[in-house]
Design a protein around this ligand. Structure first.
Ligand SMILES: Cc1cc2nc3c(=O)[nH]c(=O)nc-3n(C[C@H](O)[C@H](O)[C@H](O)COP(=O)(O)O)c2cc1C
Length: 221
């Protein structure tokens, strides 16, 4: 009799956020995706953030997407209800992320935060507890310098924001080679990281204690 091993079906959304398609962070993401696809039960969808029309944040659009943002509405519903994992690939722009990624993160607070519940600091509570996140970051600063100045790079900031949203942060990977898209060694590392991340998502594993201690804002006891 054949033994049927139950495999959890997990959905991961991969968002490519560089305006430069086919360059560094986009290629890192493609190799990360190839690694994820090695894992049974993992379904991956890749999108380009710039294909989604999103107005700049204002008080008026702070509660929900407007009628003229149907794709953003669909994306918001997907992230809140349909996916288990979220991978964001981005370049470093002026110690931060490209403006459209920053705006996207500003806009998602209506479903990422619960304003009816406050933590010890009086901040709203995060609502993305179902999400396991991973960040791929390209930059023009060599890796050794990024290790020292880690706080001036998107991987630091993105981890902080998504922990604030109560998501699980599974890791981040930075490449400081401006020719990353041609660097087989780095791209192989992205493939391996993608496979490892997807295995953890498939096994419903959470990330280590360190990230929770050092990054997560205090929650209600
Ligand atoms: C507007 C702009 C600002 C940048 N700012 C930084 C920076 O603050 N730190 C850094 O290490 N690299 C910076 N860079 C370099 C890019 O992060 C780097 O070239 C990266 O590999 C581009 O990734 P991409 O090919 O995925 O777009 C900047 C590049 C541009 C175009």
């Amino acid at each position: 009799m054949a033994i049927c091993k139950h495999i959890n079906h997990m959905k991961i959304l991969a968002i490519s956020c560089s305006p430069s398609r086919g360059r560094n962070s986009d290629t890192m993401l493609d190799h990360f995706i190839l690694g994820m696809k090695e894992v049974p039960g993992i379904e991956v969808e890749k999108i380009y953030l710039q294909d989604i029309y999103i107005d700049d944040y204002t008080y008026e659009n702070s509660k929900a997407p407007e009628d003229r943002e149907p794709e953003f509405k669909k994306l918001s519903e997907k992230i809140s209800h349909e996916i288990n994992g979220l991978v964001i690939a981005t370049p470093t722009y002026n110690f931060s992320v490209p403006a459209h990624l920053k705006n996207f993160i500003d806009r998602i607070r209506f479903f990422a935060l619960d304003f009816t519940k406050k933590n010890d600091l009086g901040q709203p509570m995060g609502k993305l507890g179902h999400l396991k996140t991973y960040f791929l970051v390209s930059g023009g600063t060599p890796n050794w310098a990024e290790h020292i100045l880690f706080f001036a790079f998107p991987s630091f900031w993105l981890r902080g924001v998504f922990l604030y949203f109560n998501a699980k942060v599974m890791g981040a990977f930075y490449s400081g080679d401006i020719k990353t898209f041609q660097n087989e060694k780095i791209l192989t590392k992205c493939f391996k990281r993608g496979k490892k991340y997807a295995q953890k998502v498939a096994r419903k594993e959470s990330h280590g204690i360190l990230e929770r201690i050092f990054w997560r804002p205090p929650q209600i006891r």
